[in-house]
Design a protein around this ligand. Structure first.
Ligand code: MGD
Ligand code: MGD
Ligand code: SF4
Ligand code: MO
Length: 725
């Protein structure tokens, strides 16, 4: 028997836990955490550990298929890769000829191994209309607000002998979702070592024992809270005067803006007391070292960019930047793969839909993304020009994008859809061609950690050959380019991966490092350099890579783009304050998201052990709210907004802020192919959300949190058609 143990990085989530995977006769027989794994040190979550249920799942797509029934009906026929590529090439080239390649949209899922290659594919074939659900709603706002403010996105330092004394946990639960591009374990270790928390979250959770302050704000009002905290820090003179004078610009202007947000005003907006805000601010100011984990909850309103900036400025004025145990700068140890932006060319780039959202789509940055609502509008109306095809990779947009009914209607009208996935998802049901892809155990990839300040490279490798006829996304893109007569710009994946190690090779001890070596060791790490800005200043260089060379409390980049250079509060467009008329009908505040251990977004519902951990979709509400709506814990309820209604099971807990309902996301029932779209329109939270304007001017973000809803019992109780839990 042939038996071998490989070290490889799991990358099901945004983290990278090093696993020891046993392979016997070409099959994965065991998955364990590597006790030495640099970020996980002997721990992995159930999603990674149970991945044999993923790779050998009976629902796994094993060969390419083409649609034979009506779109969405779910009838497909097995075809060869050759035939699949022929169909795709024929359709895309016909669309290119008739409308131009901009009529082909390329949709990417959240950032995992295929992220750069999907963008590269879009550039290689010549469409500017590449997008990722996170571009405007997740992580990218933090990246770009970080760049505008500091010249980089800082992230929490868990790696020095100085544990963060206090951490702000803002709209995030890193113990479940993973810290910035990290798995959760570094955060949990910091807690064990004594880090105390200030948590900003409408719902209390497992972090409660570690929190000295918990600000249960009304969803969607994080901007007002950040400005209220800044008010206390500035007007009580609790900020770091030396740091601000030496390294920040625009303080006086910020002070003037912040004067509009005394804690009493912020408290009223957020549904808190002024005392809660004042005491939290004083606590933050008193700590020697403060780091932060900020989550996507702050990126889910149309004032997303200003919200993220306002929060970032708390770290800036308290001087918690680039010192041990605070927020640190990237070592950029892993080069990005080439995105082939030149291949796109200026003419095509200028056609990018949503170009005026400069922080999203601007030509000044890599991973420029088209604006999803604008692309969808073009699909529906042909304006400003037609978009007729959709290439989906690692994206389950019918579940993940706002307003699922509108998404369905939009995609129904397209000429051609191709979907690359591991499973027949509700989105894949709409495809003309489905391409089966590899799981994390079947692909080669490199990841950097942590996401915002990488000093570690983690190596993911194919430990077994692909099951069935599956292929890695990267190979599919290269072969598709070939078929379309477009240049992929590399001989193979190894060439691309090897090039990404160039920067690592500039560090002492790594001069001759190879991909092969990395596959043996599992990871490579370089030492963090703290206070890089001081070293740059000593060399006569700009300390920070911003227009002024300082941390920009007043952002000149934003001013140049015509955006307000100073943060402000804006009420979400749908809220009890901005829409009192609608609130009469829908009196509760809805938030969505809140990651859970068992699942990554819409995935893993087919994995029996994980599904058992969370069999049904749950909506959380306070006992007073539940009583007012006549619903009981554990009962199926309806949650309804102006867009539609879904059903989930009530989870009643006094940890939730009264008046707020929090729906789980990502739900569909893969075990129910008999239901239209696997029941997605009955249970998926995005039936409730909206993609309507107004959008965040900088990023084009729409509102996913803080919407208006109502809740009532589902009189049918547990649907008899639905298996009991
Ligand atoms: N296990 C697991 N890990 C994941 C994922 C997953 O699905 N499962 N998804 C991945 C992805 S794509 C992302 S973006 C991250 C997201 O993970 P996080 O950034 O941690 O975000 P969420 O879990 O969506 O929400 C975090 C908290 O925000 C609170 N919240 C809700 N509304 C608001 C609000 O308006 N303001 C504030 N301050 N808080 C609010 C919720 O109660 C919740 O506790 O996780 C990644 N990691
Ligand atoms: N209401 C509401 N909506 C949200 C959010 C929220 O908090 N509230 N969060 C938003 C956020 S932060 C994000 S990032 C988006 C996420 O949106 P998506 O990225 O679309 O997330 P998923 O639903 O997990 O879809 C990912 C798909 O990729 C497939 N897949 C997994 N690995 C691979 C692979 O290696 N290759 C390929 N080709 N496919 C693979 C999976 O089977 C799955 O079908 O959703 C957003 N939607
Ligand atoms: S935390 Fe993320 S990387 Fe680690 S095992 Fe779980 S899914 Fe994989
Ligand atoms: Mo995300």
């Amino acid at each position: 028997m042939d038996k071998r143990i490989y070290k490889t990085a799991c990358h099901i989530c945004h983290g990278s836990c090093i696993a020891e995977v046993t392979v016997e006769d070409g099959r994965v027989t065991d998955i364990r955490p590597d006790p030495e794994g640099i970020v996980n040190k002997g721990r992995m979550c159930p999603k990674g550990l149970l991945s044999r249920e993923l790779i050998y799942n009976p629902d796994r797509l094993l060969h390419p298929m083409k649609r034979i029934g009506a779109r969405g009906e779910g009838r497909f026929r097995r075809i060869s890769w050759d035939e699949a590529y022929d169909i795709i090439a024929e359709n895309l080239l016909a669309i290119e000829k008739k409308y131009g390649m901009e009529a082909v949209a390329v949709a990417q899922g959240t950032g995992r191994h295929h992220l750069p290659y999907t963008a590269r594919f879009a550039n290689a074939i010549g469409t500017p209309n590449w997008f990722e659900p996170g571009s405007a709603q997740c992580f990218f706002p933090r990246i770009h607000a970080g760049a505008a403010t500091f010249g980089y996105m800082p992230s929490a330092d868990y790696y020095s002998d100085m544990n963060p004394q206090v951490m702000l946990v803002w709209g995030c639960n890193p113990s479940v979702s993973g810290a910035d591009g990290e798995s959760r374990y570094c955060f949990l270790d910091a807690l064990k070592k004594g880090t105390r928390l200030v948590v900003i979250d409408p719902c209390k959770n497992n972090l409660e024992p570690y929190a000295d302050h918990w600000l249960q704000l009304r969803p969607g009002t994080d901007d007002a809270l950040a400005l209220g905290l800044l008010h206390v820090l500035i007007f009580e003179e609790l900020y770091d005067r030396d740091f601000v004078e030496n390294w920040c610009s625009g303080f006086d202007k910020l002070r003037e803006r912040v004067s509009e947000y005394p804690p009493e005003r912020a408290a009223e907006i957020c549904g808190l007391t002024a005392e809660e805000i004042v005491s939290a601010a004083r606590y933050i100011a008193k700590a020697d070292t403060v780091a932060m984990e900020w989550g996507c909850a702050i990126e889910h309103t149309p004032n997303c960019f200003q919200t993220v900036r306002a929060i970032a400025l708390i770290l800036a004025v308290t001087g918690n930047i680039d010192k041990k145990g605070t927020m640190i700068e990237s070592m950029h140890v892993l080069d990005e793969p080439e995105l082939l932006e030149d291949r796109l060319g200026d003419v095509q780039r200028a056609k990018r839909l949503g170009e005026h959202h400069k922080m999203l789509a601007g030509a000044h940055k890599p991973f420029s993304s088209a604006h999803i609502p604008t692309v969808f509008e073009a699909m529906r109306t042909g304006k400003p020009y037609p978009v007729r095809a959709l290439m989906m990779c690692g994206n389950n947009g019918l579940i993940g994008f706002a307003d699922s009914k509108r998404t369905l209607e939009t995609w129904m009208g397209l000429d051609f859809i191709c979907c690359q996935d591991m499973f027949l998802t509700p989105s894949a049901l709409l495809a003309d061609v489905i391409l089966p892809v590899c799981s994390w155990l079947e692909v080669d990839s490199l990841t950097a950690s942590p996401g915002g300040s990488d000093h570690i490279i983690l190596c993911q490798q194919a430990v077994v050959p692909p099951v069935g006829e599956c292929k890695p996304d990267e190979v599919i893109f290269q072969e598709l380019c070939q078929r379309l007569g477009k240049d992929w710009g590399a001989k193979d994946l190894d060439e691309i991966l090897d090039k990404r190690l160039d920067r690592l090779r500039t560090f002492p001890g790594y001069e001759d490092y190879t991909l092969e070596k990395l596959r043996e060791t599992g990871w490579a790490a370089v030492p963090i350099e703290y206070e890089q800005y001081k070293a740059r200043a000593a060399r006569g260089e700009k300390p920070f890579n911003t227009p002024s060379g300082k941390i920009e409390l007043y952002s000149r980049m934003m001013e140049d783009f015509g955006f307000d250079p100073l943060p402000f509060y804006a009420e979400p467009p749908e809220s009890p304050v901005s829409r009192p008329d609608l609130a009469e009908e829908y009196p509760l505040v809805l938030t969505t998201g809140t990651r859970i251990n068992a699942f990554f977004l819409s995935e893993q519902r087919q994995m029996p052990s994980l599904r058992k951990m969370n069999p049904w979709p749950l909506a959380t509400l306070h006992p007073d709210t539940a009583a007012a709506c006549g619903v009981k814990d554990g009962e199926w309820i309806f949650i309804e907004t102006a867009r539609g209604r879904i059903t989930q099971k009530a989870r009643v807990t006094d940890r939730m802020k009264p008046g707020v309902v929090n729906c789980q996301i990502g739900w569909w029932f893969p075990e129910r192919p008999d239901l239209p779209y696997f029941g997605a329109f009955e249970v998926n939270a995005n039936v409730l959300t909206t993609m309507d304007p107004p959008f965040d001017p900088c990023m084009g973000t729409y509102q996913l949190r803080g919407l208006l809803c109502r809740v009532y019992p589902n009189p049918e109780g547990a649907d008899p058609e639905r298996p009991e839990d």
